[in-house]
Design a protein around this ligand. Sequence first.
Ligand code: NAD
Length: 368
Amino acid sequence: MTSYKLLMLPGDGIGPEVAREVEKLTTFMTTKGVAKFEIDTDLVGGAAYDAHGVAITDAAMAKAQSADAVLFGAVGGPKWANVPYEHRPEAGLLRLRKEMELFANLRPAVCYPALADASSLKREIIEGLDIMIVRELTGGVYFGEPKEIVTLENGQKRAVDTQVYTTFEIERIARVAFDLAKVRGNKVTSTEKHNVMRSGVLWKQVVSNIHSKEYPEVELDHHLADACGMQLVRWPKQYDVIVCDNLFGDMLSDVAAMLTGSLGMLPSASLGAPNANGKRKALYEPVHGSAPDIAGKGLANPIAMIGSFGMALRYSFGLVQQADMVEKAIANVLAAGLRTKDIATHGQATIATSQMGDAIVAEFGKLI
Ligand code: NAD
């Protein structure tokens, strides 16, 4: 049986608590012969700073580069508020993203029927929702130069950020979106602001070209990014895959996230370019942070982390059936009424992090 190399970087706060629940699942899968994992663990964030004086060591970086997938928990917390800027906990995550060249960020927004009432939108609008936001992660206005604040002769200040994209950058993120659409609902919506931005004009042209040359069988439409934000809260089920630049993706993925309820439910993947064998560098992480307010109390919802592992099964290990089973196990546990505190409605009984992990593993076992 193929053995998959998984590097666990649990990090700080609730990171190690939710990572522990994934390890229960990997152990169970290995024991039952469902899949085999070679798991290594290392420090990142504040934990790495305390041990080594840096947010991630070169040795941990080397492990990340050679792993089939990295599963990252969360970093940060008040304990490290005053460490030197270059060693702050988040620097570990930024180094991973930069050196692994993770240019594509995938954020699914799935609304489990059992949680439809936890959304701020009406049940009929979000029940059964399953969309994927594909955000360009390494270009655009967050990185473009010049990026500066200068003082003018009259004493006023002038701030500049530069939105910049090349054909290459747009093509590679578009291909990620089209490839995903082919195994989902076969529809891509590309978003930009071509009405007011030159980068939007190029974005629309390049996405259209890639579509007609390489993916004519996939349905493509174009929405202005502001209209897309409006449509996401009006009728989100019209979307399958949404592809967007770094800035619009940042905002639209947060809007989509809130459709589904709690931060504790949201997984994500960040992918690099495929190598000669078609394998991509990849890092999977829950969208939430280290939640210092609940760390160590057994209150963290492990579903975002377990869902992130599910994405690794699907996108890095090619274990699609097993990934489907993880998602089904989560859905079944929720349908059975099990809730951590963050997803419980008023008066509902709640369970601890480890109980939620145990329940998902048990449910997974029934699906084998
Ligand atoms: P957060 O995501 O840690 O927490 C926001 C709120 O959501 C808190 O009330 C928290 O208790 C709750 N929450 C988050 N995850 C949860 C879960 N799995 N189950 C139940 N409740 C959950 O964001 P924050 O409070 O703004 O930041 C806390 C720390 O995390 C900061 O140091 C921040 O820099 C860091 N952070 C790290 C990452 C990352 O590692 N990728 C992302 C965001 C924030």
